[in-house]
Design a protein around this ligand. Structure first.
Ligand SMILES: Nc1ncnc2c1ncn2[C@@H]1O[C@H](COP(=O)(O)OP(=O)(O)OP(=O)(O)O)[C@@H](O)[C@H]1O
Ligand SMILES: [Mg+2]
Length: 282
């Protein structure tokens, strides 16, 4: 059953429901993108770096990595950090962090939710009932993702982290094409399907000429394996940033909405990942 849209969503859908594109629609699409570009230049003018987290396959730890990087960079490195949850129809950042907040619009700009100093924008802050899906078709989805990037009052940020949906579909492609990303970090689990799909993701990002920061292997253990991502990173010519174990301690930390990268001993293990996001050589 279609969801009842609140004013924020209705405003978005009004400009987003086209499927059979005519030359006229195409003209409006170009005008909309140009307009979004202009807004993005303004919204991101005080944002030093925009870094996306991507994976070929779903469920391998993008949201875990995005949230953990955000709070480690903010609390251990004293940086101003934002998160854009670009997984617009399955927004997991608020769930991961255990946040139930409302996204406000002021002067036609989204005002990020601030949590422990991190500024977060997610469609999960628009729909309050987590059982109701946000029913959007392709064009609506990618325009909302761009709108959330370009139309938010980010203020001054050292790094804006973008949690992308998996794979090579509309939303990641649109955000790559939009041209505001400074780099993409990839994450995979050691299973062969995930590794194979990672190659496609890396190839896609390279096609857009965007810097590949490196590959993180997550959920490594004695069953799934360890350092299987190394060969792919070498084959694709990108840095390998190491592995994060599949661990009960990390899982329980995640379930509590806490940040595993802040656990004792973790900082050293994830240093190459942190350095890559900061733009420092591993
Ligand atoms: N290293 C780890 N050890 C234990 N559990 C982990 C680890 N990394 C992630 N998880 C758990 O695995 C699940 C999937 O992680 P996450 O939601 O971050 O994946 P995702 O790539 O964002 O998924 P999606 O593609 O659906 O957005 C979560 O329950 C998370 O807590
Ligand atoms: Mg996710």
């Amino acid at each position: 059953m279609p969801i009842r849209l609140d004013p924020v969503q209705r405003e978005h859908n009004a400009t987003t429901d086209d499927h059979n594109s005519s030359p006229n629609d195409e003209f409006h699409r170009i005008v909309a993108v140009t307009d979004a570009k202009r807004k993005a230049e303004h919204a991101l003018e005080s944002v030093k770096r925009v870094i996306a987290i991507h994976s070929g396959k779903g469920g391998v730890g993008k949201t875990f990595l995005t949230c953990n990087l955000a709070y480690a960079l903010a609390e251990l490195h004293g940086l101003s950090i934002g998160i854009l949850d670009a997984d617009v129809d399955c927004p997991n950042v608020p769930k991961f962090l255990g946040l139930q907040r409302q996204l406000f619009v002021q002067d036609k700009k989204f005002q990020p939710v601030t949590h422990r100093g991190v500024r977060i924008v997610s469609t999960g802050f628009i729909k309050q009932d987590e059982k109701e899906p946000l029913l959007l078709r392709g064009p609506a989805k990618h325009r909302i993702a761009i709108d959330l990037l370009a139309n938010t009052e980010w203020d001054a940020l050292d790094i804006l982290l973008v949690d992308l949906p998996p794979g090579t579909s509309d939303v990641p492609m649109s955000l790559l094409e939009f041209g505001e990303l400074d780099g993409v970090m990839f994450i995979t689990s050691p299973q062969k399907e995930a590794i194979i799909d990672t190659k496609k993701s890396i190839a896609m990002v390279k096609q857009f000429g965007i810097h590949c920061l490196g590959l993180v292997e997550n959920m490594s253990d004695s069953l799934f394996g360890k350092d299987k991502g190394l060969a792919i990173a070498e084959e694709m010519g990108i840095p390998y940033l190491g592995s994060i174990p599949l661990s009960q301690e990390i899982f329980e930390c995640n379930e509590r909405g806490e940040i595993a990268f802040l656990l004792p001993g973790m900082e050293e293990a994830v240093r190459p990942i942190i350095d890559a996001v900061k733009g420092e050589e591993p």
